[in-house]
Write a protein that binds this ligand. Sequence first.
Ligand SMILES: [Zn+2]
Length: 213
Amino acid sequence: MTSRPCAGHGPAAGEPVACIECDLLIRIGPLRGGQRATCPRCGHVLSSAPPDGLTRSLAFALAAAVLLAAANAFPFMALEAQGLEQVMTLPRTGVELYRDGQASLAVLVLGPIVAVPALMLATLVALLVPLRRRIGAPWLVPAGRLLFWLSPWSMVEVFVIGVLVSLVKIAALATVVLGVSFWAYVGFALCFTAAVASLDRLQLWRAIEECGA
Ligand SMILES: [Zn+2]
């Protein structure tokens, strides 16, 4: 299998990278587990290679996938007021909005908190399984591009914080019972954030390049 430079999606080994804080061009050599490269002018961290970063990211991604499935399968929360109880699940919020003629709102609600993270997890697994075994695959470059393109559209942490803030308001109006899905989603948000945080963009593109993609 031949290796070719991955121009256009990340700097190849030996090519200089620009510090995003002060624009200084720096050549970053290969990093070993636990090492990080900082800008000599402003001290900004340019790249880091966490120990067993790929393995750790894959483990968190798989755990996040299981928790996301659980979050969609069980009740998210139940509201009780004046003898009436309403049980809510994550998929049902989208279905109810769709039934009310708010299809675009349903996509805007479920997209960033369920669909985009699920697609990112699938992409992460498709990338990390061959990269850990140092096996080239034709989908590595498109999957890397897709992962970083999707990243700004994932709003997992925003959703968790939004739910916690709204709980304070709702608790004054109705009795709120948090379901299994709520705790599963909190666990998913933690694992998902850890999976993405364990990846360094420069190191990932270099790993893809080393696999000959
Ligand atoms: Zn700098």
